[in-house]
Ligand binder design. Structure first.
Ligand code: ATP
Ligand code: MN
Length: 465
């Protein structure tokens, strides 16, 4: 007999027929005449209740199984009288596939998210993490569909790189040299010409520069891949390894990609609401959820409302007029700190905000310089609860201006010759952005720690599993 997924049983309300299900035992209640077993197979939020009659040949063994055991159960699907699911199963045969034991860490009593982080290999077997990772899957699918439908080509940008695409120095070095005894130059520095690639290389902090190359040929591309940053920031919003989606569009300016960014976020929200309604309901209503009341209504509103767009200068004016006391000064020219971003999105607008035209000194070297000589055509998309989920810009397409900026920032231009070439041969206005996939998942699910929306988080001093 072929296996039926529990998702299908609930969705099609299959009754009055036989089925074979396979999954993991979530709970068992035993009595003399029969037992109730609850089994989840990972395909949906709901678990199937199975009534196991004491007549069963292996009743004693089946009814004393421990939580976490895996089973295959054949039985009749019948309408359920109880609350909860509309269908349940009258078990006819229980095959025990893999037993669990009483040291299984996920016992029935509610376990905290912190505890579950230490059980990252098992936590996907809980309702909360099942929901999160099904949503994550759907948002990845939605990402490919959104960009592909709009004519963007999927680009696999490289993981190992010889340039620091952000110029921020937060890279992980890639080397095969012996750390204890590396070859040295005459000056006593490590001699990377003897290294595997013959130069100093690191894991990518962005795929943008390669994205610009491909946009300058295919017209429109997006990347969707792992990104590595040796950030020394132990915050609920930073990972050392995260996934980024980076569209890049030729013949486009900042306004074009600001609109693209808002449409993309709205598309993801729409898709999550359509495909993961039960998962979202579960997450926002679960015990201990730190989600704002009305989270799903908020998502629907954001899905249907154009985003607010202000300049950095306007943002500073709003902060200064707010009467709010901030820890960091709100002086023109300073970075916007998390407290400022939160004020704008959570108090002032209570909505996502796109902030544009930041002071050049706050932003990376490749951003298009404005006529005023002080600001660049950059944007950050800020959302309540999370803060920045997108950083983007129009790129400097003028060769002289870009070179002058790199010189002013004391950058070593050698490794960037190919990037500069784009400005020599048929340069066009172009723009793009990077969306942190985990930040978007946090925003949509209402989860408050980024470690809970990636399967196996890597952060400072933590690389288990
Ligand atoms: P932040 O100020 O929050 O550190 P950033 O300005 O360094 O972000 P960008 O370089 O603009 O971020 O990267 C683009 C997007 O990638 C960000 O908007 C964010 O969503 C995501 N991102 C950046 N760094 C991290 C990180 N360490 N962990 C998870 N996501 C990140
Ligand atoms: Mn950062």
């Amino acid at each position: 007999m072929e296996r039926t997924l529990i998702k299908k049983i609930f969705k099609d309300e299959l009754v009055d027929q036989e089925a074979l299900i396979k999954g993991w035992v979530r709970s068992i209640r035993k009595s003399k005449k029969f037992s109730f077993m609850v089994v989840n197979d990972g395909t949906c939020q709901g678990s199937l209740q199975i009534i196991i009659d004491a007549d069963l040949e292996n009743y004693e063994e089946a009814s004393t199984l421990l939580i976490g055991s895996s089973v295959a159960i054949k039985g009749n699907l019948v309408p359920s009288g109880g609350r909860g699911q509309k269908v349940e199963m009258q078990g006819m045969a229980v095959e025990i596939i893999g037993k669990s034991d009483d040291s299984y860490p996920l016992q029935k009593k509610a376990t905290s998210l912190e505890f579950l982080r230490e059980q990252a290999h098992l936590r996907v077997r809980t309702n909360a993490f099942g929901a999160i990772f099904r949503i994550r899957h759907e948002l990845a699918q939605a990402t490919h569909k959104f960009f592909s439908d709009k004519g963007f080509y999927y680009l696999n940008s490289p993981i190992v790189s010889a340039v620091d695409g952000e110029g921020a120095g937060e890279t992980f070095r890639v080397t095969t040299l012996d750390a204890k005894n590396p070859p040295l130059t005459d000056k006593g520095d490590v001699d990377f010409s003897k290294d595997y690639f013959g130069k100093d290389t690191s894991l990518c902090v962005t795929g943008q520069l390669e994205g610009e190359c491909f946009a300058s040929g295919l017209g429109a591309i997006y990347t969707f891949g792992p990104t590595f940053r040796a950030e020394n920031s132990n915050t609920p919003r930073h990972l050392s390894e995260f996934w980024m989606i980076e569209p890049e569009l030729a013949f486009a300016d900042l306004d074009d990609v600001a609109l693209l960014a808002s449409e993309y976020i709205q598309y993801m929200i729409k898709h999550a609401l359509e495909t993961c309604g039960e998962e979202l309901e579960f997450l926002v209503n679960r015990k201990g959820a730190e989600v704002e009341e009305g989270h799903l209504e908020m998502l629907k509103h954001v899905r249907d409302t154009p985003f607010i767009k202000i300049t950095y200068t306007e943002a500073i004016d709003i902060l200064n007029a707010s009467g709010q006391k901030f820890q960091f000064p709100t002086v023109w020219g300073n970075e916007l700190q998390t407290e400022h971003e939160r004020y704008l999105t959570e108090k002032h607008y209570k909505a996502p905000v796109i902030v544009t035209d930041y002071p050049s000194d706050c932003k990376a070297f490749y951003m298009k310089q404005n006529e005023d000589g002080k600001t660049v055509r950059a944007m950050d998309v800020l959302v309540p609860g999370v803060g920045e989920i997108i950083g983007g810009s129009q790129r400097e397409e003028n060769y002289e201006k870009l070179v002058a900026k790199m010189d002013a920032d004391n950058m070593d231009k050698d490794g960037y010759w190919w990037y500069l070439d784009l400005r020599k041969y048929g340069s066009v206005p172009h723009a793009g952005f990077g969306l942190g996939f985990e930040r978007a998942i946090m925003y949509i699910t209402g989860m408050s720690n980024i470690r809970d929306v990636i399967p196996f988080p890597r952060t400072v001093k933590n690389c288990d599993f």
